[in-house]
Design a protein around this ligand. Structure first.
Ligand code: PEP
Ligand code: CO
Length: 458
């Protein structure tokens, strides 16, 4: 990689990995003992990077194709990952994402960029810093990187040693992902076997099986023509990237490294980092930290965002206008997206800033069910994506991707979908640590519907 690489930019002499400390940082835990935080971050600074700068640059280039309207981003995974996830659960989550990617590529007809909310999604901003049950008020659950979900004083006490555990959990998850995506599990000849275990009995599963048969037939044809996994690695391996919300800046700073090849600074905790809706203040610590690292960035954009704010975010986070550097992840709510999104799209389009636009159809559509569970309706999720496509079509811009919360576990957390999960079913398998996630069937179902919207756009 030469210093003339277009994905590199000057960080600015007023930026350093710790310059965020002079700015207000929202949603940081109230650690009981600052000396323990210092000890944990010192240990983190001595540990190897989790991802490598060249990988982050490769993802920036792929996202540049999304910004240019030539590829589609699928960013998906847990709302809050658990330290207790089993290898099977991680594999199943990856499998659902790969299944969705195949559906979108095959039926939607576009190259897919695959990014997991995985291997680091351990910290959560919460609407209230405390939770009260009866007479007892405790710190809210802030993600396994901070505390535990059980409602006792000991479990809810923020513990900085968890920063180190988060690093090691991220490392082992990433190791598993690298093995699965490079070691044959993601081979295109496996597309039908991914389906065998659980979705084959659902309507989306039957549709998937049919598609898998077609892909198998195409692969047999290609093999007969001499195109095989031996001479075409794309048939055998999947390029899969990691991402999480860069929330806890002590952790992110400690994993920031200077790339020996280029001299540029990268946050090596994940390939892509995003700024959450609650921490995207222009004068805040999160924008300050992330503007100086060279990773591809996401930024959530909710209903209160104005065109001016969005344009300033473009200037601050992507001053060199590098395609793929910045992805806006909009999360407006199904009933508001078609009104709120177009002014933002027009402003960015007219400014000439290269932005990849992705739709998070989850976080603007959460409500409390009659049974008291926080849930989302599959139809609202779909309606927001449909409104996202309509807004882009109206503005002549590219609906670049979707960002969804899902799991491969057979949960009942979101209502609706072809299995028609009802309010009364939510109790059966409501397992999330934070927000309600789509299960495997709902996710594959969603992919087919998005693929239809995509093929209509092409
Ligand atoms: C999330 O992605 O889990 C999240 C908290 O989203 P947002 O910042 O958009 O509210
Ligand atoms: Co969430």
């Amino acid at each position: 990689m030469s210093a003339g690489d277009p994905t590199l930019f000057a960080g600015g002499s007023d930026w350093s990995p710790s310059s965020w400390r002079a700015k207000p940082a929202r949603h940081q835990p109230a650690w009981p003992d600052p000396a323990e935080v210092e000890q944990a971050t010192k240990a983190l600074r001595d540990l190897p990077p989790l991802v490598f700068a060249g990988e982050a640059r490769a993802l920036t280039r792929l996202l540049g194709r999304v910004a240019d309207g030539e590829a589609f981003l699928l960013q998906a995974g847990d709302c809050a990952e658990s330290f207790d996830s089993s290898a099977d659960s991680i594999r199943d989550k990856l499998r659902v994402i790969l299944q969705m990617a195949i559906v979108l590529t095959y039926s939607g007809g576009v190259p897919l960029v695959k990014v997991g909310r995985i291997a680091g999604q351990f910290a959560k901003p919460r609407s209230s810093p405390t939770e009260t049950v009866g007479e007892i008020e405790l710190t809210s659950f802030l993600g396994h990187m901070v505390n535990d979900i059980g409602f006792s004083e000991a479990e809810r006490l923020p513990d900085p040693h968890r920063l180190l555990t988060a690093y090691h959990r991220a490392a082992s998850t990433l190791n598993l992902l690298r093995a699965f995506t490079r070691g044959g599990y993601a081979d295109l000849s496996q597309v039908s076997s991914w389906n065998r275990e659980f979705v084959a009995t659902s309507p989306a599963g039957r549709r998937y099986s049919q598609m898998a048969d077609e892909i198998d037939r195409a692969l047999r044809f290609m093999t007969a023509c001499g195109v095989t996994a031996d001479n075409t690695p794309q048939l055998h391996e999947v390029e899969f990237y990691t991402s999480h919300e860069a929330l806890l800046l002590d952790y992110e700073e400690a994993l920031t490294r200077v790339d020996s090849l280029t001299g540029a600074t990268y946050d090596c905790s994940a390939h892509m980092l995003w700024i959450g809706e609650r921490t995207r203040q222009l004068d805040g610590a999160h924008v300050e930290f992330l503007r100086g690292v060279h990773n591809p960035l996401g930024c959530k954009i909710g209903p209160t965002a104005t065109p001016d704010e969005v344009l300033t975010l473009c200037e601050v986070l992507n001053p060199r206008r590098i395609p793929g550097r910045l992805t806006f992840i909009t999360r407006m709510g199904a009933d508001r997206i078609e009104t709120l999104l177009p002014p933002l799209l027009q402003a960015v389009r007219d400014s000439g800033h290269p932005v990849a636009w992705a739709c998070d159809p989850m976080h603007g559509n959460t409500y409390t069910s009659t049974s008291g569970r926080k849930t989302r309706n599959f139809d609202d999720v779909l309606a927001e994506i449909s409104g996202f496509f309509a807004a882009h079509t109206a503005c002549g811009t590219w609906p670049g991707g979707v960002h969804v919360e899902l799991t491969g576990d057979a949960v009942t957390e979101c209502v609706g979908g072809s299995d028609k999960i009802l309010d009364a079913d939510l109790e059966r398998a409501f397992e999330t640590l934070c927000d309600p996630r789509l299960n495997g069937r709902q996710s594959v179902d969603l992919a087919f519907q998005v693929a239809e919207m995509l093929s209509e756009r092409r």
